[in-house]
Design a protein around this ligand. Structure first.
Ligand SMILES: [Zn+2]
Length: 359
């Protein structure tokens, strides 16, 4: 069987990835994966939980799962004999090498309002612990959810002009297929500019096209009252995700430290406790690296999670500031694909093929 796993798991090739992972499922290989390959447990990453919009242009849909899929995952992990634990307990097991049973723990990044209105009631009904990693500028109403704003600009415009360092480029954005093509052409080029230039350009586009950035933040974020209510729920915990949701690696170490500290101060003031766990904004290798892992450990967090894809193995006891996660978001919303990923086989194959890891 030839499966190019780096390509298979690359987000830019979702159709190919799905096909490759489903072919692994059909092969039956994951059924025979040894326990050592399956690891000790899995930290799931989610963002939003809600019913999907009925639209053909929704590039940020990759950040969403449906309530029905979340419930299906609960039943699935239960049937597979895995236990759902708090993030605290997951980190204890990793730190102490407790492999008595395979665990899963659920984490939701950023602080979207649907975490409170849609996801929390589902977790509570099933009595399953979950953690929200909160970027405190969301409830403060000052966050720039630039990825949503860019989507809204493209959705509303028939044509748009983007300033790149190489010069202005104009995109026709009339039909859904135009809009998807424009998103694909613009998104990663803006990301590559770095956080400051990227945000400046999205701010300019928002102004030019009449999209209210602060309005988007207020519409989509939990309020502090929501966050406080959430934090008192028995199965919920609220942890840290910086203040402004910056890619730490794009900032000077002083600015990165200041942003983390500002988030901690807001968190303590509003919730009366210091967060114990941290999640890197974006969390991919270009957004958080060795310098940032060291910086975050200075703050005394018990753990920190990335968005690098992987299961948890005993060796992660030595990497508590760089724990991988498995995304429930996006293109892989399938229990069969989840089975393949949680077998550890794709990750072992990628490692055997000499990949640095599946990012
Ligand atoms: Zn985030």
């Amino acid at each position: 069987m030839t499966v190019n796993l780096r390509r298979a798991l690359a987000a830019s090739k979702p159709a190919l990835a799905r096909a490759a992972l489903l072919s692994l499922y059909a092969s039956g290989v994951p059924l025979f994966a040894p326990r050592s390959m399956k690891g000790m447990g899995t930290i799931f990453m989610l963002h939003r939980v809600r019913e999907p919009d009925d639209t053909d242009f929704a590039p940020n849909r990759i950040l969403e799962i449906t309530p029905a899929f979340l419930e299906a995952v609960f039943l699935h992990v239960h049937e597979r004999g895995m236990v759902c634990v708090t993030l605290d307990e997951a980190v204890r097991r990793i730190a102490e090498g407790d492999t008595s049973e395979r665990f899963v723990t659920f984490t939701l990044d950023d602080g979207y309002r649907d975490n409170f209105t849609v996801a929390a009631p589902i977790f509570n009904r099933y009595r399953i612990p979950f953690t929200v990693y909160l970027a405190t500028d969301l409830p403060d109403g000052t966050a720039e959810l630039w990825w949503v704003v860019l989507e809204r600009v493209i959705a509303s415009a028939n044509e748009m002009r983007v300033h790149f360092p190489t010069g202005d480029e104009t995109f026709v954005t009339r039909t859904s297929s135009d809009k998807n093509a424009a998103w694909n052409a613009i998104y990663w080029r803006l990301r590559a500019l770095g956080e400051t230039a990227l945000r400046a350009e999205v701010r300019r586009l928002a102004a030019e096209h009449g999209v209210d950035m602060r309005g988007v933040t207020r519409e989509l974020s939990m309020s502090w009252q929501n966050v406080r209510d959430l934090a008192t729920q028995p199965y919920a915990s609220v942890e840290a995700h910086t203040a402004s949701h910056v890619a730490l690696a794009h900032m000077s170490v002083e600015d990165a430290r200041t942003d983390i500290a500002r988030g901690l101060a807001r968190h303590k003031l509003e919730l009366g406790r210091a967060p114990q766990h941290f999640s890197y904004p974006y969390g991919d290798p270009t957004s958080a690296g060795e310098r940032d892992f060291a910086l975050v450990s200075e703050f005394g967090f018990r753990s920190a999670t990335t968005t690098r894809k992987g299961l948890i193995y005993p060796a992660h006891a030595d990497g508590l500031m760089r724990l991988p996660r498995l995304s429930l978001n996006g293109d892989f919303q399938s229990l069969r694909i989840l089975d393949v990923l949680m077998s550890g086989v794709p990750f072992a194959m990628a490692k055997a093929a000499g990949a640095q890891g599946i990012d």
